[in-house]
Design a protein around this ligand. Sequence first.
Ligand code: PMP
Length: 428
Amino acid sequence: MSLRSFEIYEKASKIIPKAAQTGLRAETHYPHPFVPERAFGCKIVDVDGRVYTDYHLAFGPILLGHNHPEVNEAVKEQIEEGVLFGAGVCELEVEVAEKLVELIPSAEMVTFVNSGTEATYHAIRLSRAYTEREKIIKFEGCYHGWHDYVAFNVNPPKEKMGRIYPQSRGILKAAYETTTVLPFNDKEAFEEYMAEHGEEVAGVILEPIPHSVGAIIPKRDFLKSLRKETKSYGSVLIFDEIITAFRHNIHGVQEEFGVIPDLTTIGKSMGNGYPVAAIVGKEEIMSLVHNGVLVSGTYSGHPASLAAVKKTIEVLEREKVVEYISKLGEEYRKAIKDVIEDTETKARVVGYKSIFAIQFAEGEVVDYSSVVDVDREKFKAFAAEMRKRGIFFTPNPLKRCHLSAKHSEKELEEFVSSAFEVLRRIDA
Ligand code: PMP
């Protein structure tokens, strides 16, 4: 094989662990090395000239489509003025922060960081400083980045569910002892825990829709109970809206669910691919930043990224992108459901608005235990066959597909007819 993808992959394997910058990216080398070279709209092209419709969208941030000309232009204009100042505060930081305060219901103050991981790390540190307590509650199936405070029970094997399961070796033992993992959507389990330990709980962090395992729709009374209990025990409620804010709702899903947390972490879609995230929240808590609570970063509030955020939000508001992709997502789910039925496949399609996931399992999804048994091998085979037909998404069976403003009915038809062909054979 003299394909360039294979050659580059071979070289990479010698000097870059698993030939990828993240473990999840490494999985996209299945069924063959994936070496992207460029991307535009809803397409991604590899070094061998193969063009794919992209449902991966870099794990979600590419909301307006790849290589968006207006966002590119805004970034170019900014970098011509200077790439990084690292001093004082730029007017652009103020403008974007003001916009976030206007948009996100829980936002009274804003601080920028570079990644979702940094955002959740600092949000948790803030909750500990504010309450002068240590315990953190997270929920099984939720991902909040790779740091020691939260790298537990994102996708534990079935036999490890329900007790603390570190997602990595090398995690500090003290972090196990201060983290409690509870089942998502289980109001009773949460209330029981709070009744016993509420006064020790610094923060409760969750993805309001756990998309790190496809999509689990929160029960309203569960979210309401989180709000009520944290308020009564003086704990900080943290919504991790790194995926959901902007993609599902320009105000965050906190707006449509009617539950306003104390702190919110946002990132991904707001920069359409540029590295940026933020912690937003109540002034009472946020004003501790640089005032006893260390939040730092050479690149935080990077002008290029903030120029991208400003333009992305402008386009989102002007073009009603969220409405468009949400409706398209509904059409995808409906069409995929029909294909699953027509091909008599033992599978389901789950999702919310512009996110969908096909899972080789049946039954309703209410928490992590509903997804732990998905047929992983079958999904990998499905992803590999779809890839042969020019449709790209990660072969990880618990991840999800995303839509951008550049996907359309045309891509929907291609997806559905390919899925029909593949599923007819796969489940035979
Ligand atoms: N929170 C959530 C909900 C996420 O999905 C992610 C990334 N997938 C993170 C936090 C971490 O963000 P980052 O990869 O930017 O560090």
